[in-house]
Write a protein that binds this ligand. Structure first.
Ligand code: FAD
Length: 387
């Protein structure tokens, strides 16, 4: 896109406004992320609050939502922003996705007017950070079996349980926490400084190290009567948030792959073996051609799904096609690029192995590849093979 990689001239299918938004985010990533991200990754520490404020100033948080300080951008523009952010690092894109597409979207779609006024403008500005707690230590792909429970105590609610692998949890001001109630699964707005809430950072991750991940414990957490999101009753509510966030991943994964491909093209042009650049070997060109073809197909797929979203006709199983294909192909591209860089491919001096490691998490979160295969399988056969 705007590069030699854009074999199909997909750029021409974008509007001037979409190209401008992409350019602004690309510049931000070049200035604010690219020079530091290898260090953040190595240290396992990212200045998430600082970044959130900068992203907020640019209108990237809850960018596709309307009102309450949100930019109201179309899905394709948001997708392009995700692509550029993830060309920096999947963890940085995760910060924006969880804030905008999971936490803010849940409040925007299912919250009361008070919830929206209280949280959305601060979250859009990056002044307040949100997290989204669905996964539990014993229940990942099967959230219907969750054991976190909310029970009534007079007008109040009492929450007990645990959430695992929750992006931004240790730095969050508010959690959208999903819990079983007598009426089914409901979403609760939990101020993270409430008595009984602890959020421990998960350390020793080998992937997404420039992203904060935590384990939340809820021990008799007392919440007021207005803590539940009124319109979120049943598992469909959190699943619709995931469908929203997956759209950003469909684009984002292509950003990580693009950075790998651009790095590799430059490397192969200058690294000489047997008296000629690596790029001049037929085997290298076969790899490069196959990767570029997959990348372009992925981009067309992302754009198609984005246009369906903007037309209001996008179905969740279509999002599964994009998430399954684009993350799987992005990971294959990252691994193949690593081979072309030889030993330098395993070095943190180059971004390729960082992207490959990050994409392992992206493959797993927001529905694993297997879960998306099952969604597509159900669409094709009419039979659910989940249970
Ligand atoms: C870095 C990171 C950040 C995350 N952030 C968040 C977050 O912010 N909020 C949140 O709620 N969660 C988050 N997650 C959790 C993520 O969504 C889960 O890890 C994911 O849903 C998979 O659950 P699991 O890890 O328990 O794996 P499991 O569900 O135990 O699955 C293990 C394997 O079994 C396969 N499997 C499971 N069921 C079936 C089946 N029926 N048929 C065939 N194969 C099956 C899976 O595909 C997978 O390969 C995050 C995860 C990571 C790694």
């Amino acid at each position: 896109m705007g590069t030699v990689l854009d074999l199909l001239d997909v750029d021409a299918l974008l509007s001037e406004e979409e190209r401008q938004i992409r350019a602004v985010v690309r510049r931000l990533v070049d200035d604010r992320v690219r020079p530091h991200v290898a260090g953040w990754y190595e240290d396992g520490h990212v200045p998430a609050r600082e970044l959130a404020r900068e992203f907020g100033r640019l209108g990237l948080l809850g960018m596709h939502l309307t009102g309450y300080g949100c930019a109201g951008a179309p899905a394709v523009a948001y997708g392009l922003a995700c692509l550029e952010l993830e060309a920096g690092d999947s963890g940085v894109r995760s910060l924006v996705s969880v804030q905008g597409s999971l936490a803010m979207y849940a409040i925007w779609r299912f919250g009361s007017e008070d919830h929206k006024q209280r949280w959305l403008p601060a979250m859009a500005a990056g002044e307040a950070i949100g997290c989204f707690g669905l996964t539990e230590p014993d229940h990942g792909s099967d959230p219907a079996s969750m054991t976190t429970r909310a029970r009534r105590d007079g007008d109040d609610w009492i929450l007990d349980g645990a959430k695992m692998w929750i992006t931004n949890a240790p730095i969050a001001d508010v959690g959208v926490i999903w819990a079983r109630t007598d009426e089914g699964v409901r979403g609760f707005l939990v101020p993270m400084d409430s008595p009984g809430v602890t959020a421990r950072e998960i350390r020793r991750k080998m992937s997404l190290r420039a992203s904060v991940t935590g384990e939340i414990t809820l021990d008799g957490v007392r919440l007021p009567a207005d803590a539940p999101l009124p319109a979120a009753v049943g598992l469909r509510a959190p699943l619709s948030c995931l469908t929203e966030a997956r759209q950003g991943i469909v684009w984002g994964a292509l950003g990580a792959a693009r950075d790998c491909l651009e790095t590799t093209l430059a490397y192969a042009a200058t690294r000489t073996q047997f008296g000629r650049p690596l790029a001049g070997f037929q085997l290298t060109q076969a790899k490069l051609a196959d990767m570029a073809v997959e990348w372009n197909k992925g981009l067309l797929l992302a754009l198609h799904l984005g246009r369906l979203a903007d037309a209001g006709t996008l179905r969740p199983d279509q999002v599964s096609v994009g998430k399954l294909n684009n993350v799987r192909e992005a990971l294959a591209i990252a691994r193949q690029c690593r081979t072309i860089l030889g030993a330098n491919g395993v070095s943190g001096e180059y971004p390729v192995m960082r992207h490959a490691n990050n994409l392992e998490s992206v493959l797993t979160y927001e529905g694993t590849s297997e879960i998306h295969q099952l969604v597509i399988g159900q669409r094709l056969t009419g039979l659910s093979a989940f249970g």
